[in-house]
Write a protein that binds this ligand. Structure first.
Ligand code: MN
Length: 496
């Protein structure tokens, strides 16, 4: 590898071409880091500096700005290199220093087993809430470490790879960066499950070629037909399913690869949402759809913001093909998630500093801010949150048609607290799909829920048995607490 100049990094900044100023900043970080890591070698015997350049290249690929890329180049200069904190601060300013020290802090604490994963997740969430770019650098760093894992001792290999599957990949998923999630999982997969990795690789190789032929044919016909119906096709692409997610899916289908219809999915990118639905209709007029597999993620986006129409069609020759229809903006979001928002939108905060936006779609991030700097409470909260994070989600509607997503088995109380703390605190009853129900009722996907509030209503400790969300538990506990009885006495006393 040639690490003589930062040109390879510039070449990857294709979404947003670097300005002269950007180039100057990245170059400065490049040579500063090169000096700081001089003489240092990686386990592979390669110069250490190569690792930070590869990290920076990953950041450029994911559309990060010059400041984040520079911080990526500098991310190991203090901890592993020869640079001093004061030096980095003086040369690159407070903001880059903040990013570098943020990455360093994320890497420090070590726990064992499950506890460690919970703690790592918590640290990540706090970091995301503080500044998403810190986590992005950490993910880019981890990806390169995984790609060079074969040089590391076997017992360390497995630990790093497992942690990547349990902490880093779910985090990338939650941030909607599907591509990065897939890359991390596939790099970690062979170290954690070597036998299964080989098996999946073999299965995939056997199927890929025939599948590719079929998809090519379908692709040609769709493009021709859409054009004849005056729908502009901006782009088509087919993606092979990532190996790790294929394996997860195979496990649910008794390892029968013929049951997996999206090994190779065809993506069709059209200009507008209206075009998406029209294109879907046209595709269905050409081939019969497989009814259970029609998904409208445009009307009901996934929790991480993903939008697209998915349909699986019978191609007429005995094969099933998944077709995904979306706009260019949705496509960017699908691949880059929160990073695509970051790449396109910035806002100036109070201090006049540019910061990445945290769009409403990522409102859950704000929850983490409330647990910052409070380790004891955070632990319990984190466990609840981890449940939220990995459980199945259901979509619940307000009578006005707004959608809220909640963990499966949530109750009307969870719903009430997700709307507003006051509504939760004073919730006295619930109407689900027009019928009065007890507050212990388990909500179902698609329910329409109307909450009845009363000024005199208050949370009771019984509610804790009904709720699933961390946010509801937190508020109820703060009202009834461990001193629930005393608190309620005090409440009554005060209200007299
Ligand atoms: Mn590193």
């Amino acid at each position: 590898m040639d690490y003589k100049s930062p040109k390879t990094i510039f070449a990857l900044m294709k979404d947003k071409l670097p300005t002269e100023e950007d180039k100057a900043l990245i170059s400065k970080a490049f040579y500063f880091s090169k000096r700081a890591h001089e003489g240092q070698l990686r386990a592979s015997g390669e110069p250490y500096f190569g690792h930070v350049v590869e990290t920076a290249k990953n950041l450029a690929r994911y559309g990060m700005d010059a400041m984040t890329i520079s911080a990526g180049l500098l991310h190991d200069t203090i901890e592993d290199g020869k640079a001093k904190e004061a030096e980095v601060k003086k040369e690159f300013g407070k903001e880059i220093y903040f990013l570098v020290s943020g990455v360093t802090k994320l890497g420090k604490l070590k726990y064992s087993g499950r506890e460690r994963h919970v703690e790592s997740l918590r640290k990540f969430f706090v970091a995301v809430a503080e500044d998403f770019r810190v986590v992005m650098i950490k993910l880019a760093d981890r990806l390169h470490n995984l790609q060079t894992l074969n040089y590391v001792k076997p017992e360390k290999q497995k630990r790093i790879a497992l942690e990547s599957l349990e902490v880093y990949a779910p985090l990338a998923h939650r941030l909607g960066i599907a591509k990065l999630k897939g890359e991390i999982e596939d790099a970690a997969f062979p170290y954690v499950y070597p036998k299964e990795f080989k098996e999946v690789t073999k299965l995939l190789e056997e199927k890929k070629e025939t599948k590719e032929k079929i998809v090519k044919k379908v692709e040609k016909e769709i493009v021709r037909k859409l054009q004849s119906e005056n729908i502009q096709v901006l782009k088509t692409s087919s993606r092979v399913k990532h190996k790790y997610s294929l394996w997860r899916k195979l496990q649910r289908h008794h390892m029968d690869i013929d049951k997996i219809y999206d090994i190779l999915a065809l993506r069709v990118i059209v200009p507008t949402i209206e075009d998406c639905y029209r294109a879907l209709g046209i595709v269905h007029s050409m081939w019969k759809p497989f009814p259970e597999r029609l998904k409208d993620y445009i009307a009901l986006p996934k929790l991480n913001g993903y939008q697209s129409l998915h349909t699986t069609i019978f191609n007429g020759e005995g094969a099933l093909i998944e077709v995904q229809i979306r706009t260019m903006e949705m496509h960017g979001l699908a691949e880059y998630g929160i990073a695509s928002h970051f790449a396109y939108k910035e806002f100036i905060n109070k201090n006049g500093k540019k910061k990445p936006t945290q769009d409403g779609k990522y409102a859950w991030i704000k929850q983490f801010q409330t647990i910052k700097n409070d380790n004891e409470k955070a632990d319990a909260f984190m466990k609840d949150l981890k449940m939220d994070f990995f459980n199945d989600r259901i979509f619940i509607f307000t009578p006005k048609g707004d959608v809220l997503d909640l963990p499966a088995d949530s109750s009307p109380i969870d719903f009430a607290y997700s709307i507003h703390t006051d509504i939760g605190d004073h919730c006295s009853g619930a109407i689900v799909n027009g019928k009065m129900v007890p507050l212990s009722k388990k909500l179902q996907n698609g329910d329409i829920v109307d909450i009845i509030t009363k000024e005199s209503s208050k949370p009771t400790s019984k509610w804790l048995d009904y709720v699933k969300t961390a946010i509801a538990k937190k508020h109820i506990k703060s009202k009834v607490g461990d001193n629930g009885f005393l608190a309620s006495l005090w409440g009554r006393f005060r209200n007299q």
